[in-house]
Design a protein around this ligand. Sequence first.
Ligand SMILES: [Zn+2]
Length: 185
Amino acid sequence: MHCPFCRHPDSRVVDSRTSDDGSSIRRRRQCPQCNRRFTTVETASLSVVKRSGVTEPFSREKIANGVRKACQGRPVSEDDLAVLAQRVEETLRSSGSAEIDAYEIGLAILGPLRELDEVAYLRFASVYQAFDSLEDFEAAITVLRADREEREERSSGAAADDGLDAEGGSGPAPAGTAASAAQPG
Ligand SMILES: [Zn+2]
């Protein structure tokens, strides 16, 4: 590649360093003409195999574009989309494969999108997983609700302990007693 300062067509590598996880190499280069230094980062290219069989380079921009539509009218910023696209790329790269099916990208989007915004997630999932009935939406919403209730129960653990103070108890022990007392037989 040419020097980014003077566009001289050649450069000399003065230092190479592999990233901690081994997925990229940074090279410090020096231009023999203007003597300025710059850094290049080398990563394995990630290709997407489309359903038609055509292969194209992975693009974070395309991920963001694909999700943006599902986020219309939702409190999701461009920064959120950029972070999501980055997480998707990290997930795909961690699979260790240089070629990714377009279908797998959709799967990798669902997780982080659900954390970001549940409505956008439902919109995206309905297209990606080809929901074709109300039952499909109901099933997806049931899963979201169950997960949310589980999360809320876990995070309200401290609050539940406060409630137990009225009964003179503290910590998980009284709760355990109550549970076993409630069991029939
Ligand atoms: Zn130069």
